[in-house]
Design a protein around this ligand. Structure first.
Ligand code: TPP
Length: 277
C-alpha cells in the first residue's frame, strides 16, 4: 500500500526531528559520525515507524523483527531513533559516548534496549543478520531481518562472504539496505576502492536487487513492500543517498564523516534541516 498523505507528513516530520536530535547529540558528545547517520535517516525512520514488527515495551520479545546496523558507526542515529521510539528515556542521549554511559559510539546490544546486534567493526553486521535470518528458519519463526550496510563498509570481504551465504540459503526473510552515499571515511568510494557496478555485483551474488532513492519516502516504502513480499532470495535495496543529508554545509563533504558541532553550528544545522521540511 502506498504511503498515505498523513503517513508521509508524519514520517517527514519524524525524520526531520531525528536529524535535529542527531545534531544535538553530536554537539553534546563532542563528536559523532554525523554524515553517515544523516544519510540513513529516512531509511531507518521508515523502518522503525512503519515496517518493523517490534514492541519497545518488550525489547526481548522473541518474535520481533530484527534490525542490524552493520555500519555501526551510525550509532548516534540509531540511539536517537531508539530513544524516540520509546526504548529508553531521551535523557540518556545526553551522556552519549561518555565513560560508563549506556550509549557508546557504537551501540552495545548487551546494554542498549532495542539494539539487536553490537556492531562497529565494519563488515560484521551483515553476517550477524544472516545468522538471525537462518535462525528464524531453524526455529520456524516469522521474524524478518532488516540490515543497513555502508558502501565503504563493503570494501570488507566479510560482506561478500555473508552475501554468498544469504543467497545460498535463499534467505528471503533478509532485506539489506546499502546506504550508497558514495563517500567513506576519507573520500569518494570510487577513489579509495571502486565498488561499481554495484547493482550488478549484488545480482551476481544472488540478491534480488532494486535501486531506489534513499531519501524519497514514497519510493523507499514501495521498495520495502516489494522486498517483504519477495520470495526465494534475499533482497538488496541499493539506496542512493547523500552523506550529511539535510544539513547544507555537510552534504557531500567527506570531512563530515565524523565531527563535533558548536552551538552556532547546531543552530545552522537545524535551520537547514527545517528549511527542507
Ligand atoms: C574493521 C574496521 N575498519 C575500519 C573502521 C573505521 N571506519 C569507521 S567508519 C569507516 C568508513 C565507512 O564507510 P561507509 O560504510 O561508506 O560509511 P558511511 O559513509 O555510510 O558513514 C571506517 C573505515 C571500522 N570501524 N572497522
Amino acid at each position: 500500500m502506498p504511503l498515505t498523505d498523513q503517513e508521509f507528513a508524519e514520517l517527514t516530520e519524524r525524520a526531520a526531528s531525528i536529524r535535529c536530535q542527531i545534531a544535538d547529540v553530536t554537539g553534546w558528545s563532542g563528536g559523532a559520525h554525523i554524515g553517515g547517520s544523516l544519510s540513513m535517516t529516512d531509511i531507518i525512520t521508515l523502518l522503525y515507524w512503519k515496517y518493523l514488527r517490534i514492541d519497545p515495551a518488550r525489547p526481548d520479545w522473541e518474535d520481533r523483527d530484527r534490525f542490524v546496523l552493520s555500519k555501526g558507526h551510525g550509532g548516534v542515529g540509531h540511539a536517537v531513533v531508539l530513544a524516540e521510539r520509546g526504548y529508553f528515556d531521551r535523557e540518556a542521549l545526553r551522556s552519549f559516548n561518555e565513560t560508563d554511559s549506556m550509549l557508546g559510539m557504537h551501540l552495545d546490544s548487551n546494554k542498549v534496549p532495542g539494539c539487536d546486534a553490537s556492531t562497529g567493526s565494519m563488515g560484521h553486521g551483515l553476517s550477524q543478520a544472516v545468522g538471525m535470518a537462518l535462525g528464524a528458519r531453524v526455529l520456524k519463526k516469522e521474524w524478518r531481518v532488516f540490515c543497513i550496510i555502508g558502501d565503504g563498509e563493503s570494501n570488507e570481504g566479510s560482506i561478500w562472504e555473508a552475501a554468498m551465504s544469504a543467497a545460498h540459503y535463499k534467505l528471503d526473510n533478509l532485506i539489506v539496505f546499502q546506504d550508497r552515499n558514495h563517500l567513506m571515511i576519507d573520500g569518494p568510494t570510487e577513489d579509495v576502492m571502486s565498488l561499481e557496478p554495484l547493482a550488478d555485483k549484488w545480482r551476481a551474488f544472488g540478491f534480488e536487487t532494486r535501486e531506489v532513492n534513499g531519501h524519497d519516502l514514497h519510493a523507499l516504502s514501495e521498495a520495502i513492500e516489494f522486498a517483504i513480499d519477495h520470495k526465494g532470495s534475499p533482497v538488496m535495496l541499493l539506496c542512493d543517498t547523500i552523506k550529511g543529508k539535510g544539513v547544507e554545509f555537510m552534504e557531500g563533504k567527506p570531512e563530515w564523516h565524523y565531527g563535533g558541532l558548536n552551538a552556532d553550528q547546531i543552530a545552522k544545522a537545524k535551520a537547514s534541516i527545517r528549511s527542507e521540511d
